[in-house]
Write a protein that binds this ligand. Structure first.
Ligand code: NDP
Length: 330
């Protein structure tokens, strides 16, 4: 059974040489354990942070040890009364073909309601991040103007759609290609979007937000954050979800216009989805309703095969994904 390990800590942008695929014996479950054949696994920007040897809210990956992350798989052997062979389970041991873990560290999911990949995206961690970040952290209200950076990704596609469904007046997004920009406007119902690689970010954002921005949901940081602060309205709220423009950049520069927070009375708040698990059921109920009614479109990009998991991860960091990047293992 194949497992991906971290071979070396990347400096700057990771390379394939930083990873190693090894083959291990398939273990048998002990009391209370299940053996899972992984069907889909997630590659997330936060995994890049865990490749650095720094203390954070989650332990760093160790060199020469297996990577891990969200996955959904099928139980093929069970020594637990709570989980049956054939069940689909969500768990934290991705980056491998088979996972052996305590049944209490799995959650049975219903793949008749939504495909396995949905539990890693629209109905999973990225979905709750979008929902809680927009509604609880940034406290978006109807009739406000919302700008989301990284809008064509797993979290961003959902932020824009939730904003629209919750009555935003104007929903603006940024992304890294003309094709993504078109998708946001034509398929997801954003009012406008721009390509941040295509000319001045500040000028493009100014043109698209004539009445300023009330809520900024930031996935990207850096220059886009700086540009958005210039456009924020009085008492605007900025939810700092991520800063992917900085993760692979050891020479990242700081934000130079933070004094705008004072004059505009802006609230800027970082958040982690793990503090918002209490909202999970409300989120799942509302999102499931939107999906049933066809009001939310699910964007996913698939990479096939355990051998290509690193390609999927690096591709996601390069922006090769539209919506959630998923590695399909079966
Ligand atoms: P995405 O699906 O958005 O994938 C990452 C995207 O980042 C790429 O598709 C690429 O799109 C974009 N990107 C890469 N480099 C840059 C750059 N230099 N400048 C601007 N954009 C770039 O990932 P997720 O939706 O999973 O995550 C989005 C953000 O949310 C990340 O910052 C992540 O760390 C954060 N996050 C935070 C959580 C929390 O609890 N706070 C939970 C989950 C995610 P493009 O083509 O547009 O460049």
């Amino acid at each position: 059974s194949k497992v991906w390990q971290l071979a070396a800590r990347p400096t700057g942008f990771p390379t394939p040489e930083d990873f190693r695929l090894v083959t291990e014996e398939l273990p048998a479950p002990g009391p209370g354990q299940v053996l899972v054949r992984n069907d889909v696994m997630s590659v997330d920007p936060a995994m890049r942070g865990r490749m650095n040897d720094v203390p954070s809210y989650v332990a760093p990956f160790q060199v020469d040890a297996a990577l891990d992350g969200g996955a959904v798989g099928t139980v093929i052997a069970s020594e637990s009364p709570d989980v049956a062979v054939g069940d689909s389970v969500l768990h934290g041991l991705g980056w491998r073909e088979h996972a052996l873990l305590d049944a209490k560290h799995t959650r049975v999911v219903d793949t008749a309601i939504a495909p396995a990949s949905a539990y890693l995206g629209v109905l999973g961690m990225p979905g709750l991040t979008a929902y809680a970040g927009l509604l609880d952290v940034a406290r978006m209200r109807p009739d406000e103007t919302v700008f989301v950076s990284g809008a064509a990704g797993a979290v961003g596609t959902l932020v824009g759609q939730i904003a629209r469904l919750r009555g935003a007046r104007l929903v603006i997004g940024s992304a890294g290609s003309a094709e993504k920009v078109r998708y946001l406007v034509d398929d997801l119902g954003f009012d406008a979007a721009f390509n941040y690689k295509d000319g001045s970010i500040r000028t493009q954002l100014k043109q698209l937000t004539p009445d300023g921005i009330d809520v900024f949901f930031d996935n990207v940081g850096g220059e886009q954050l700086e540009a958005a602060l210039f456009r924020m309205n009085l008492h605007g709220r900025v939810a700092i979800c991520g800063a992917i423009s900085q993760y692979n950049n050891p020479d990242a520069t700081g934000i130079r216009n933070l004094t705008l927070l004072i004059s505009k009375r802006i609230t800027m708040q970082g958040f982690l989805v793990l503090d918002h698990w209490g909202r999970r059921q409300e989120f799942v109920d509302e999102m499931s309703g939107w999906l049933r009614e066809g009001k939310v479109k699910v964007a996913e990009t698939f990479v096939d095969g355990i051998d290509h998991a690193v390609d999927g991860f690096l591709g996601m960091l390069r922006g090769e994904n539209l919506g959630k990047m998923i590695v399909r293992l079966t």
